[in-house]
Design a protein around this ligand. Structure first.
Ligand code: SAM
Length: 234
């Protein structure tokens, strides 16, 4: 069982309702990740770990044809309503992806990869399903923030399973995560032949400041997310 599936099945309704405006998503991570998307008009894009479909909706709005993939059947129910023009598939990013080689122009993924333990096979799979020279944009929780903020983190340099209690999506749920050092974020992609094009450690927008001035001061001075753009081998 993928570690985070039960948690996200329980979070789905709240994520759909609150995720539109929750400042850490709407005014911090999402603007940074979407700023890394180039022109996707008419491109075929995989949204890997699509959740309730926020990024899927954005990609469709920019003219892409999208398949959203997620392990949580409950999250996918909301994604289908949010982005009816997309196709969706229930699958585990920790296994062989259900696509033929060279299927996609691009892969976008927002805050999903840190629920997958083994990244070498994950990035080999992403390279396999992307066309040559295709693009990969993904965000994860920031390695420094994970190490500082998970109470059960013990050794920055070792990847480890950690857990936190979420209560900001309308229900209280323990969410397990695999945290890893920065080198272990980059190495699997580089090892699979990707070239790093761009990196962002986003800071909150003015909209965030208006929504939550106290938290803004913290977010403006502490990393929370890491957003990366890679290109696949030609
Ligand atoms: C924090 S949510 C992000 C959802 C969406 N990308 C967004 O930004 O709103 C993480 C998502 O990753 C999915 N996920 C977790 N582990 C997964 C796995 N092994 N395979 C596929 N999806 C997974 C969860 O079900 C959840 O929908």
């Amino acid at each position: 069982m993928p570690i985070a599936r039960p948690a996200f099945d329980r979070l789905a309704a709240g994520y759909d309702r609150i995720g539109d405006t929750k400042p850490s998503n709407a005014s911090l991570e999402r603007p940074a990740t979407t700023s890394m998307l180039s022109d996707v008009d008419d491109e075929f894009v995989l949204d890997a770990g699509c959740g309730v479909g926020h990024l899927t909706e954005e990609l469709i709005g920019r003219g892409a044809r999208v398949i959203g993939l997620d392990v949580s059947v409950e999250m996918l129910e909301y994604a289908r309503d949010r982005a009816p023009a997309a196709d969706f598939v229930a699958a585990d990013l920790g296994t062989t992806l259900p696509f033929t080689p060279n299927s996609f122009d691009g892969v976008a993924s927002s805050l999903a990869f840190h629920y997958v333990e083994e990244w070498d096979p994950l990035f080999r799979e992403l390279a396999r399903v992307l066309r040559p020279d295709g693009w990969l944009v993904f965000s994860v929780q920031h390695p420094h923030a994970d190490f500082e903020e998970y109470d059960d983190a013990t050794n920055y340099h070792e990847g480890e399973r950690v857990s936190a209690t979420w209560d900001s999506f309308g229900t209280t749920v323990d969410v397990p995560t695999y945290r890893r050092p920065l080198s272990a974020v980059l190495s699997p992609a580089l090892g699979a032949g990707f070239t790093l094009e761009q990196s962002l450690e986003p800071t909150p927008t003015e909209e965030y400041r208006r929504a939550n001035p106290e938290r803004y001061a913290y977010e403006a001075t502490h990393p929370n997310f890491l957003c990366l753009r890679f290109t696949a081998q030609e």
